[in-house]
Each structure stands twice: as structure tokens, then as C-alpha cells.
Design a protein around this ligand. Structure first.
Ligand code: OXD
Ligand code: MN
Length: 594
């Protein structure tokens, strides 16, 4: 497939290390895909689902100890410890290479080595990058074919260049004690051992497109962010693009594929999806910030996805999709998960492959669930009914607004606009959210997750904040406006107040109006909040203006506490915390005390 020496040398080195029985180059052709699916079913790695109802769809179950990303075993291996920063696990590269090579050595014996050349971003786009993943898992190969652009054409683009990312995955024995997900940003290298869970092994995704790419972006003057990208079309047919960063499992996929409320749909409003998880952004020739989605599919959380919450995501899973750790309905060989519909399957296997008893199902007790809370679908983007025309174009889309957000029961109002770019960077740097099942560990605990990049930033976060500030300087008055949203405010009984989902469009419209200077706002200590009359509540049942006023409220005492917590959070970054952010925090405190 290629004569590129750096590629061939690396493959030869890996082959000597892992000693496979066979080597297969992946070309992503339909014929090869079918052969791999058949082989995967034959060895019991995947099950074929109902061909009529779910054509080309398969089910995979991971090991029970391997169901989420493992942040505690994820390392950034830079020469100097301080370059990985206080938010990453660090190990010296030489030590980690030795440990990983010892684990990987001979681990492909009796197995096949698959070589997967892929592009993150449309092949040949100036914003795209190339990687090669070596893996011994067909499940990984088939997921990579959905999530990235796998093709021999990437070698035409690569030519003799050494600018590509080396990705090595070894299943080994899926031993959690020897599981490591390691990034070597200075060497463009990723090594992942002893896992088979998507976020740990589809190395184009979190490991490359965020951890390695954020480091590359820092060195090369662009940005790799944990952001969805959507296009909002108005009745005049104009489309404005928004990028939004929320932590894992906080609704990025839902927002990216939003269907507007009926009355806005009738007026001609539409949302187009460019991406649901990752954005790579560069300054274009006109000085604006342009974004591409480097991925080619959606690795979405299944539970809670239904025709109301996310019709477009559900449609995307109807063909050529791989389901992981969902429930198998034995009656018709289809899949089910909590929140899909009210028809609990009578005759089903849970995500572990055990007989599931719907009578014992208790929503509050996760151990009775049929699908794992972090069960996933890997669906091709081309299946999505609202995929943007721009998705496959390499030029990227100009971003008008950047939104940060998270799950906060109290504190953050429904929406506010930062005062300027620097203040927006402060808002992103102080972001916090209640944890979800997407990563191993306790669920529902508030943690600071700057720009939703805490588990994904491949270098010191203080330098990352400075990079954001520097990008703002370069963008000047062409910089996108920065906002914060919180769909998750709860009442005293713990119920969500804002209806969310399609109704979030009401907030997006305000955001775009602000970007175009079409609407005023109220200046508060934290930023600009909407005049309640500027959030359109037409046809919104059981939701009063009073409730809206309530969730737009900025409570002084709560925010003083928040400011104290931000101060504590900032201490971690030591002298790499940009002075500008310290100034922003002081200004916030002064404003609150005015
Ligand atoms: C994801 C995650 O899978 O953020 O997108 O964990
Ligand atoms: Mn994500």
C-alpha cells in the first residue's frame, strides 16, 4: 500500500515486538468489511442482528471490567513531568515504553495483526491529519472504519512525510491491572494495552484527535477541542455555526442533532450536524475560526436515546451500526436499552449476556439495567438525516459562537454570554460538571472540567489556557463570542427545570441573535444574561416566565462560593496559570461584592 519508509519501519518494529501469526492491511473496502464481520461473528466477538430490521448491524459485549475510559490508567508521557501538568498522569517515556513493550511482547501470538491507515478529517483536507492503528481486534478495525476515514488513499496524501500518528493497540488479556492508555505527544505515538472499550482503543478518537492533537495544535497554532459542531439555519436559509464543549455524556450528541420545536420548524429553522464530539479549529484566510469534525461517525451513549430525545441519532443507528453492551431482544434479534421505549423486552439478554428479568428492573438501581449505562452505538455519520453538507468538505465551517456547559444542579444560569474572549476563556477554564458513567468512577460528583478537556488535554493545562488566550489575540474582533449554558438546573425535588432537548433551540436562537447584535442583554457579575422576554417561550407547556426568571438568576452567595472554589482549582496550575485568568477571577469577586 505504501513505500513510506517511516511507516514501513514502524510496522516492521511492531511486528517484531508483537509477533503475530498473520498480517492484514485494511483498505476499508465493502468486500473486506464483510469478510471481517463474518470472521468476527465466527470467533464470537460480535453477533449479527436482525438483517431486515437492522441491516449490517452487530452487537458486541466487552468484558465486565472494561466498560468505560479509565482515566486513572491514562498517561501523558513527556520528557519533563511538568509538561504533562497537574491534571494528567505522567510517566517518563523510556520507562513507559519499556513497561508497554514488556506487556505487548509476543501478545499477537496466534492472532492477526491488522494495519489500519486512516485520516482524521476528510482525506486531503488541510485541516486533516493521518494515523495508522495496529490492532489485534476485528471489533476495533470495524469501529475505526466507521469512526474515521480508512483508505489506502491516505498514503497518497502522506507521500514520504513522517507527519502521522503511530497508534498501537494490544488486547492482551484485558487485564485491568495491566491496562494502560498512553500518549507520547513528543513522538506522535499512542500505545493502548489490555482494553477493548471504545474510548480506550479506537485510538483515532480521544487519544489522537484530542490528546495528541491538542498538543499538535498548541505547537502549530490551532485547536483540538471536545466540542460538537452544529449549523443553525434560519428562515432566510442562512446557516450560522456553533461549537459547544460539554463533558462526556452531557448531551453533545443530542444538541448536535437537535430538532427545533414545531413552531420554529414551521418558520423554517433547522439544525445541521457537523460533529457531535470533537472539533479541530484553525484560523482561515479571512481571519475567522474554521472547524472540521475529524471523525466520520458517532460513538454515542445508547441509554436515553429515543425517537423523542434524539430522533436523528436513533435513525443513524438503523444500519451498519455496531452496538456495544446494550440489551439483546431475543424475540426478534434486535437491541434495546433503558429509555429507548416503554416496551421492556420479555425475552432478552442483558449487556453481560445473562437472561434479563424485566420484572426485577428498577430504574434507580443500575445493577438491574438491561443495557450498561455507558453502552454505545457506533454509527456512520452518513446515516444521520441532518448531516450537514459541509461535513465532508475539508474547508471547515466558520464558527460564530462557542458554548461551554455542564451539569450543574444550581449555580450556572440557563445561559449567559461572557464579556469578551478573555472572560470566555475564564468561564471555560472554571467549568464544572457532575460526573457521568462515561468514565470509570463515582457518578454525580461535581468536578472541575476546564473546556470539557480535563481527561483529554495532552499537555499542561496552564499552557492550554494560555494557548486559548493567544488564539483570541490572533482572532481579534473576528473571534467567536463565548457563552455558557446549563440545561440541568433542578428544583427542590431534584427535577430538571428546563425541558431541554429540542427546546434548547430557544436558547441557541438567543445566542445567534447576540452574535449578530440583534438583542440586548442584562449585564451581571458573571456576564450577560437574557432579558426574560428575549427567550421565546411560544408553545412551551407548563413553563412560566417566572420559572425562566428563576433559572436565569445569578445568586450572589452561590457565586461567591463558586469563586472561592475556582480559586482553589486554580492553585493546581501554579505559575503556569496565565496572569490574565487570575485577573479575571479578581474581577469576578469584585463584581460580586459591588
Ligand atoms: C466519549 C467520551 O465517548 O467523552 O465521547 O467519553
Ligand atoms: Mn466525548
Amino acid at each position: 500500500m505504501t513505500n513510506n519508509k517511516s511507516v514501513l519501519n514502524w510496522i516492521a518494529e511492531v511486528k517484531d515486538l508483537v509477533t503475530p501469526d498473520n498480517v492484514v492491511w485494511i483498505d476499508g473496502s465493502e468486500k473486506q468489511i464483510q469478510e471481517l464481520r463474518d470472521e468476527s461473528v465466527r470467533i464470537g466477538e460480535m453477533e449479527k442482528l436482525n438483517e431486515e430490521k437492522l441491516p449490517g448491524c452487530y452487537l458486541h459485549r466487552t468484558k465486565e471490567n472494561d466498560v468505560a475510559r479509565v482515566e486513572a490508567r491514562t498517561f501523558i508521557c513527556t520528557t519533563k513531568e511538568e509538561d504533562a501538568g497537574p491534571t494528567n498522569n505522567w510517566c517518563a517515556p523510556a520507562e513507559m515504553y519499556k513497561k508497554l513493550y514488556d506487556i505487548a511482547r509476543g501478545s499477537y501470538k496466534g492472532r492477526t495483526m491488522y494495519i489500519v491507515p486512516f485520516s482524521m478529517g476528510p482525506i486531503g483536507s488541510p485541516l486533516a491529519k493521518i494515523g495508522i492503528e495496529i490492532t489485534d481486534s476485528i471489533y476495533v478495525v470495524l469501529n475505526m472504519i466507521i469512526m474515521t476515514r480508512v483508505s489506502p488513499k491516505v498514503f497518497d496524501v502522506l507521500g514520504d512525510s513522517n507527519d502521522w500518528v503511530r497508534c498501537l493497540h494490544c488486547k492482551c488479556d484485558i487485564d485491568p491491572e495491566n491496562r494502560y492508555i498512553c500518549q507520547f505527544p513528543e513522538d506522535n505515538t499512542i500505545i493502548s494495552v489490555n482494553s477493548g472499550y471504545g474510548g480506550n482503543v479506537l485510538l483515532g478518537k480521544k487519544c489522537f484527535a484530542l490528546r495528541i492533537a491538542s498538543y499538535q495544535g498548541w505547537k502549530e497554532g490551532w485547536m483540538a477541542e471536545h466540542m460538537l459542531i452544529l449549523g443553525l439555519e434560519n428562515p432566510k436559509g442562512e446557516v450560522k455555526y456553533i461549537a459547544a464543549a460539554f463533558p462526556s455524556a452531557c448531551g453533545k450528541t443530542n444538541l448536535a442533532m437537535l430538532i427545533p420545536p414545531e413552531y420554529l420548524k414551521k418558520k423554517g429553522y433547522k439544525v445541521w450536524t457537523v460533529g457531535d464530539d470533537i472539533a479541530w479549529m484553525r484560523i482561515g484566510e479571512d481571519g475567522r475560526l474554521y472547524a472540521i469534525n475529524p471523525e466520520n461517525g458517532f460513538f454515542g451513549v445508547a441509554p436515553g436515546t429515543n425517537s423523542k430525545s434524539n430522533f436523528n441519532a436513533l435513525e443513524s443507528t438503523k444500519k451498519n451500526t455496531i452496538f456495544t453492551n446494550v440489551c439483546l431482544n431475543l424475540d426478534d434479534n434486535t437491541v434495546w436499552w433503558e429509555g429507548l421505549n416503554k416496551d421492556l423486552p420479555e425475552n432478552a439478554l442483558d449487556w453481560k449476556g445473562n437472561k434479563w428479568d424485566p420484572k426485577k428492573f428498577n430504574k434507580a438501581d443500575k445493577s438491574t439495567c438491561a443495557a450498561h449505562p455507558n453502552s454505545r452505538f457506533t454509527a456512520p455519520a452518513e446515516n444521520c438525516p441532518c448531516i450537514s453538507d459541509e461535513f465532508d468538505k475539508g474547508a471547515g465551517v466558520p464558527i460564530s459562537a462557542i458554548i461551554f456547559g455542564g451539569r450543574r444542579a444550581k449555580t450556572a444560569p440557563l445561559v449567559y454570554q461572557s464579556k469578551n474572549w478573555e472572560n470566555g476563556v475564564f468561564v471555560g477554564s472554571a467549568m464544572a460538571s457532575e460526573t457521568t458513567a462515561a468514565a470509570a468512577g463515582a457518578v454525580g460528583v461535581v468536578r472541575r472540567d476546564p473546556m470539557a478537556m480535563l481527561p483529554f488535554c495532552g499537555y499542561h493545562m496552564g499552557d492550554y489556557f494560555q494557548h486559548w488566550l493567544d488564539m483570541g489575540k490572533k482572532l481579534g474582533d473576528k473571534a467567536p463570542k463565548i457563552f455558557n449554558v446549563n440545561w440541568f438546573r433542578t428544583d427542590d425535588e431534584g427535577n430538571f427545570v428546563w425541558p431541554g432537548f429540542g427546546d434548547n433551540m430557544r436558547v441557541l436562537n438567543w445566542i445567534i441573535d447576540r452574535c449578530e447584535d440583534k438583542v440586548d442583554a442584562v449585564e451581571t457579575a458573571i456576564g450577560f444574561v437574557p432579558n426574560p422576554d428575549d427567550i421565546d417561550l411560544t408553545d412551551l407547556k407548563d413553563f412560566s416566565r417566572e420559572t425562566l426568571v428563576d433559572i436565569l438568576n445569578v445568586d450572589k452567595e452561590t457565586w461567591l462560593k463558586e469563586a472561592a472554589e475556582i480559586e482553589e482549582h486554580y492553585k493546581k496550575f501554579g505559575d503556569r496559570l496565565p496572569a490574565e485568568l487570575k485577573k479575571q477571577l479578581e474581577t469576578l469577586k469584585e463584581n460580586l461584592n459591588k
